[in-house]
Design a binder for this molecule. Structure first.
Ligand SMILES: [Zn+2]
Length: 302
């Protein structure tokens, strides 16, 4: 049994996950980042003990999925936008000390990519890119079963590739990066801009209205398809992967968005065999983070 910790901006999920990726126990608490790293670690430790005691009391090791930037080899958290004040906190050391087992800390998008490659939509794919489209856009790259890492273990930020230099300013300091144009909040902001007097709609509400035939919502969905497709087209041209799997909240409306994105890829990826890149939906669902944390541990130590 592997201990798994999935740290998000609003909640932390903790669980015991079997060696085949199935979840035996799942617990959850608020992240409450303002209470600090130490307090959160106390909650996590308590929940891991509870998860262990429900499963014969023993965890072989612990995997942690956390938003970046972070150092996957030391387990030290960087300046994470959704975890203010946690910079310098050491996930690996804290949990190793508490449980006396090996701990693997991994970027959450990379963990999800590893899990989808082993147990999910990209099983058996030799060249695979995982993309999640929700509050932000993130991704991980798997080549021949190995996670692609940048220099010193850095995680490449696929969501911050620039698609339109005259686009909206992102916190990454670029104008018109993928996340600023095609994330859920990007859809919300664009609709608001077109109709300032309207209520703020979530991406899911915009898609719901598009289904009902609302003209502005339909344009928002068309724009989403275009920019999602443009970012994917860059990945196809740069990497020619065999599979790209798409997850995240916005992809719950994939039936509205994906065909338009595929059109963009067909139209502009003319210099590579783009028809050989299969676009699939991620298949591990709402607990991808937890399953990914366990996978990150197994990937590193087995
Ligand atoms: Zn950005």
């Amino acid at each position: 049994m592997i201990g798994a910790v999935d740290i998000g901006g609003t909640k932390i999920a903790v669980g015991a996950v079997r060696g085949d990726g199935s979840i035996a126990t799942r617990l959850e608490c608020p992240t409450a980042p303002e209470q600090g790293f130490r307090a959160a670690m106390q909650r996590v430790t308590g929940m891991l003990r509870e998860a262990a005691s429900r499963n014969d009391g023993r965890l072989e090791g612990i995997g942690v999925a956390c938003p970046g930037p972070l150092d996957p080899f030391t387990g030290i958290i960087g300046d994470v936008g959704t975890l203010p004040g946690w910079q310098g906190g050491n996930l690996e050391k804290e949990l190793e000390r508490a449980f006396g087992v090996r701990v693997a800390v991994e970027n959450d998008a990379d963990s999800a990519a590893l899990a989808e490659a082993t147990w999910g939509a990209a099983k058996g794919a030799s060249r695979f890119i995982y993309i999640t489209v929700s509050t932000g856009i993130g991704g991980g790259i798997i080549l021949d079963g190995e996670l692609y890492r940048g220099v010193d273990g850095a995680h490449p930020e696929l969501g911050h590739q620039v698609l339109d230099a005259s686009g909206p300013l992102c916190y990454c300091n670029a104008h018109g990066c993928w996340e600023s144009l095609a994330s859920g909040p990007a859809m919300t902001a664009w609709v608001r801009e077109q109709n300032p007097s309207s209520d703020s709609l979530t991406a899911a509400q915009i898609c719901e209205r598009a289904r009902a035939g609302d003209a502005l919502a339909l344009r928002a969905v068309e724009r989403e398809s275009y920019y999602l497709g443009l970012g994917l087209a860059n990945l196809v041209t740069l990497f020619t992967p065999s599979v790209i799997a798409l997850g995240g909240g916005v992809m719950r409306s994939a039936d509205l968005i994906l065909d338009g994105a595929k059109d963009v890829i067909r139209r502009i990826c003319t210099q590579v065999p783009a028809e050989k890149t299969e676009l699939r939906l991620a298949s591990l669902g709402a607990d991808t983070g937890l399953i990914g944390a366990a996978r990150a541990y197994l990937h590193r130590y087995h």
